[in-house]
Design a protein around this ligand. Sequence first.
Ligand code: 0JX
Ligand code: SF4
Length: 314
Amino acid sequence: MRVILAQPRGFCAGVVRAIEIVDRALQKHGAPVYVRHEIVHNRHVVENLRDKGARFVEELDEVPEGAVAIFSAHGVAKTVERAAEERSLDVLDATCPLVTKVHVQGRQYVGAGRTLILIGHAGHPEVEGTIGQIPGTVLLVQSEADVAKLDLPLDAPLAYVTQTTLSVDDTRGIIDALVKRFSNIVGPDTRDICYATQNRQAAVRELSTQVQVLLVVGATNSSNSNRLREIGSETGVPSYLVADGSEVKAEWFANVQTVGITAGASAPEEMVENVIDALRALGPVEVSTMAGQEEKVEFKLPSKLLQPLVAREV
Ligand code: 0JX
Ligand code: SF4
């Protein structure tokens, strides 16, 4: 079997930063540190940090007063920031800077007197965070059909922002529908979909033309990973989302010579290796990586974590 790995795949700069924040917080403060929500949507990442002493909670009322609390990469609402203040928590914010950028942009549009539309998936933590970071009503639109249902004057001053991990193609369709229906609407086009999401989608689209089966390494609750699997399916390639090698099924590979593998932005490379090992258990495997874009994006850590751990003696 030939295995072709997508390039780029796996961890993005926001995920690297978020995991590093938890690691450094543990080094600086010792266990436990509390993380609100999965730091990124990946069980292996979460279990690894839990083994080091991180405790994962869904809400801040589960965190003792004054403890260290880390917000996940997906961002939080203002109400969560306020609750942390009220409980005197020592907050480290692992919200990806590209998610924060969308919050800032949304507030600017509202400040300029526009009604804000958020294109995203209901119930996703990034969407809940973004809605809760912007004053007033934010209208959530999930599909082109939702655009037709918006009960707004056609010349109302409107703006839109998007979740960072959406399908570029689906979002383009929604934006086109918005612009067609409303005469006074502004927004960033699809640029709020982050670089990592866009690059992984472009790579998997190309990879799909070279393979008979596609495996996407990632979690079922990971928006960006799900979008990668959908692209594979849309191009007509049987595509499966797997957390690790234990979920790989032999029956997917009957008469298959070429398999593509990609990984969502929250999926560790060890899990890609683990999936390749599962394929090796089925027969000989030759692995190559497609030619693809190299990513050089890096995000700074919060300044609190850049201070030396021990004061230097003079
Ligand atoms: O479900 P998402 O794709 O938003 O998150 P995940 O899988 O944890 O990926 C990394 C965090 C992305 C935030 O934009
Ligand atoms: Fe940031 Fe994009 Fe990664 Fe989300 S997927 S953490 S927005 S770089």
